[in-house]
Design a protein around this ligand. Structure first.
Ligand SMILES: Nc1ncnc2c1ncn2[C@@H]1O[C@H](COP(=O)(O)OP(=O)(O)OP(=O)(O)O)[C@@H](O)[C@H]1O
Ligand SMILES: [Mg+2]
Length: 305
């Protein structure tokens, strides 16, 4: 089930526009960009719910471990949409892999045939996409303008290739790029108060929200710590410093603590509950490992909503 989302009206409007146009036979792409934890996958879950029963949906999820596997990302989604792997017409009996161009044209041909029903191609975490997937994605976006095919791509700003593809397609009116921004302080306080599930003082809520700088994933961690009665890290402690708002979601690039989350680096993890530390225990300077995947795996405990 798709999670609760606040302050995401623009991206949801773009999503419903994408769906409506595709159902009318005008295929387009929507790129949803944002730093780690700002809610890209949550938007994608809402999209899947909105598409249910109206589209055949194929989802691909990128992984840093597969970033060098040719067509590794887009192949996952296409296999569902095309009902199996796309093979070039003259490939029977061949042992060698088809040339990329043959594969591209085989996919486009199969996509046209499959598009007798509306199709929804969804790629999550495309910042880890392999280069062949991005090339094929660009090609598909160029060829679906008269087909009932919607494309939704989520990506962090770094590594930059996926977002760059989105911007180039947007410049050609083939895609829309929506950038997720941090939640407002008022929304952050309200969310924290709901998720913490305990009567926190206004000062604690204010301080917790400030530490998270509007990042919903960080709000999730802080709420978990509050539920566990752990309190918040002091702003001047190693943990508190690492979770400082400005650093936590510095835009793009492997620079600040939040960027370290997005770039697979270390730093932001220092303020998160440690992997072995049990529910809500602040790590106090020991990171959870590298990358949002490992950060995510050290969440402090299930959120009560
Ligand atoms: N707009 C929002 N309002 C409330 N909660 C949200 C919102 N967006 C995301 N969340 C919550 O924040 C958490 C992180 O969201 P999500 O996993 O979608 O982030 P992401 O951008 O996909 O991160 P990553 O780059 O690590 O994949 C989830 O628990 C989600 O439910
Ligand atoms: Mg995600």
């Amino acid at each position: 089930m798709a999670g609760i989302m606040v302050e995401r009206d623009a991206v949801m409007a773009a999503l419903h526009g994408l769906i409506g146009e595709a159902l009318e036979g005008r295929g387009r792409a929507l790129f949803v960009a944002g730093e780690a934890g700002l809610g890209k996958t949550t938007v994608l879950e809402h999209a899947a719910a909105a598409a249910q029963g109206r589209f055949k949906v194929g989802v691909g999820r990128a992984d840093v471990a597969e970033a060098a596997l040719p067509f590794g990302l887009i192949g996952q989604a296409l296999e569902v949409l095309l009902g199996g792997a796309a093979e070039p017409a003259n490939s029977a009996g061949r042992s060698a892999a088809p040339a990329p161009a043959d594969y591209f044209y085989a996919v486009l041909g199969r996509l046209r045939l499959a598009a007798t029903e509306p199709l929804f191609l969804v790629l999550d975490d495309a910042h880890w996409a392999d280069p062949d997937s991005l090339t094929l994605l660009r090609l598909i976006c160029r060829r679906i303008t008269a087909l009932p095919v919607a494309v939704l791509v989520t990506a962090r700003p770094w590594p930059p290739e996926a977002l760059r593809a989105g911007e180039e397609l947007a410049a050609q009116q083939l895609a829309d790029v929506q950038r997720l921004v941090p939640l407002s302080p008022a929304a952050a306080r309200s969310i924290l108060s709901q998720w913490a599930g305990t009567p926190e003082s206004a000062t604690e809520l204010e301080r917790g929200a400030a530490l998270c700088a509007g990042n919903p994933l960080l709000l999730d961690y802080v709420a978990a710590a509050m539920r566990a009665g752990q309190g918040l890290p002091e702003p001047h402690s190693p943990a508190g410093t690492s979770c400082a708002p400005a650093a936590a979601i510095s835009p793009g690039g492997p620079g600040g603590a939040g960027a370290a989350v997005s770039a697979g680096g270390r730093g932001a993890g220092a303020a998160f509950p440690s992997r072995g530390g049990g529910p809500g225990r602040w790590a106090g300077g020991r990171g959870c490992g590298s990358g949002a995947r490992s950060v995510r795996s050290c969440r402090a405990g299930p959120r009560r909503r």
